[in-house]
Design a protein around this ligand. Structure first.
Ligand code: DMJ
Length: 468
């Protein structure tokens, strides 16, 4: 057994720190890049692009209101709604609400909030994914509570979290994949680091806002237990059983099933000054640089390797993996963040839009679907905030133009079955409004729209302010 980090019961003392500090994270050398050599984007051009994004948000939101109001999401081709369970959980309105606030759509945000508070009850006999509901609904409630001061949102957040807590009652402390919101029954033992390790921003914030440390401790315990089960070379796999604690898939990478576990180590360290998260990130970062990072003739990528042997597996990277430049930038490694973002741009430009999975040796789509993902825009936004290099505004403009060209419909935006053929698929996920368009907007909008240095975004782009 490795040296264990003891579970620190958090001390809910109120400290007068309002900005999020990177002091506790190990940092790599910063690269100031060539920002000074690039032509600046004029304020007018930035304002024009921000207005364009806002118009696209309204186009998509109004389509949701017209064809799917009161439901979880919109099918833009059939102009019909979809729900996650037999009764709607208002996923799209709740996920999209803080984007409206940031875009200055106050009346729309206010009426959406009143509708949610009038309509939404979590007392539903319905199995939900612990991870998805945490990042979209709990994260959305907490950020909207902070943005509006409406205590009813915090009460709803607490009610939801209490209904999710039975998921954590596994022998390992890793949450079951699904939990029934009414009965507390759980199901799904095969979980992964992404789902088990992407909870501390939301549950930790709830602890800080309510004074009840139990939420933080459940999420932290899951992180510590993942760390305990890392391999001798410091990697985690992509599937683990929450009852036995055994790894059931040992492929290691930064894509789906692992991705945001790394993100929340960095964010947990920053948002809560949590030294354990800082240490766990430091060790993870070393292992990632040793075994997952891949410097090739086509650029810097992060591929696959076996968690036990470190042997290189697939040379695949994908749309979801494009969150990693943002994480590297947040953790202080601007050089690798910038290099990886250049690779992401190459992946995007190969087919005119990024695929779900991309073989970076063959430079071809390995899985050609596209789900309107935000990550590549998120990384452009973080890098722009950290460097002010207009290169990232240029990238954002390229991404926005492609999205409008290939995914826009007369009822919102549609996913693609294939980035090669550009055939559309009938779904617009709530994160398109919560994340993709929010990060586009923040990239182009004036810095005063949201002080980047004072918030930590959850993995669904809901900004959390450290008020404790
Ligand atoms: C979002 O729900 C979140 O960003 C999550 O962390 C990963 N997948 C989607 C968007 O691609």
């Amino acid at each position: 057994m490795r040296t264990s980090i003891s579970i620190l019961f958090i001390c809910l003392v109120s400290i007068a720190v309002t900005s999020v500090s990177a002091a506790s994270l190990p940092s790599a050398p910063e690269d100031k890049s060539q920002a000074a050599d690039r032509p600046a984007f004029s304020a007018e051009e930035k304002a024009r692009l921000a207005a364009e994004v806002k118009a696209e948000f309204l186009h998509s939101w109004n389509a949701y209101k017209k064809y799917a109001w009161g439901h979880d999401g919109l099918r833009p081709l059939s102009k019909s709604p979809y729900d996650w369970c037999s009764e709607p959980l208002l996923i799209t309105p709740l996920d999209a609400m803080d984007t409206m606030i940031l875009m200055g759509l106050k009346e729309e945000a206010d009426s959406t909030r009143e509708f949610i508070l009038r309509t939404l009850s979590f007392d539903k006999d319905c199995y939900v994914k612990t991870f998805e509901v945490t990042i979209r609904l709990l994260g959305g409630l907490l950020s909207n509570y902070q943005l509006t001061g409406d205590e009813r949102l915090l009460n709803l957040a607490r009610d939801l979290a209490n209904r999710l807590l039975p998921a954590f009652k596994s022998p390992t402390g890793f949450p079951y994949v699904e939990v029934n919101l009414k009965t507390g029954a759980v199901r799904g033992t095969r979980t992964n680091p992404g789902e088990a390790g992407t909870l501390i921003v939301e549950f930790g914030t709830l602890s800080m806002l309510t004074g009840d440390p139990s939420y933080y401790n459940y999420a932290k315990n899951a992180l510590l237990n993942l760390y305990e089960r890392r391999s001798d070379i410091g990697l985690v796999g992509e599937q683990i059983d929450c009852e036995t604690g055994e790894w059931t898939k040992t492929d290691s990478h930064i894509t789906a099933c692992i991705d945001s576990y790394y993100e929340y180590l960095v964010k947990g360290a920053l948002l809560f000054s949590d030294e354990d998260c800082s240490v766990m990130w430091r060790d993870a970062y070393i292992a990632l640089q040793n075994y997952i990072a891949d410097s090739t003739a086509t650029g810097l990528w992060y591929g696959h390797a076996d968690m036990t042997t470190g042997q290189r597996g697939k040379t695949w990277f994908g749309a979801l993996d494009a969150f990693f430049p943002a994480v590297l930038a947040l953790a202080g490694d601007l050089k690798n963040a910038a290099d990886l973002q250049e690779s992401c741009l190459k992946m995007w430009q190969r087919h005119g839009i990024e695929p779900e999975q991309f073989d970076y040796v063959r430079m071809e789509a390995a899985s050609p679907r596209f789900f309107l993902n935000p990550e590549i825009v998120e990384s452009a936004y973080y890098l722009y905030q950290k460097t002010k290099d207009p290169r990232y505004l240029e990238m954002g403009k390229i991404f926005l133009d492609s999205l409008k060209t290939y995914c826009r419909t007369d009822a919102g935006y549609a996913e693609l079955k294939s980035v090669v053929t550009k055939e559309k698929s009938d779904r617009m996920e709530s994160y398109f409004l919560a994340e993709t368009l929010k990060y586009f907007y923040l990239l182009f909008a004036p810095d005063e729209t949201l002080d980047f240095s004072k918030v930590i975004f959850n993995t669904e782009a809901h900004p959390i302010r450290r008020t404790w």
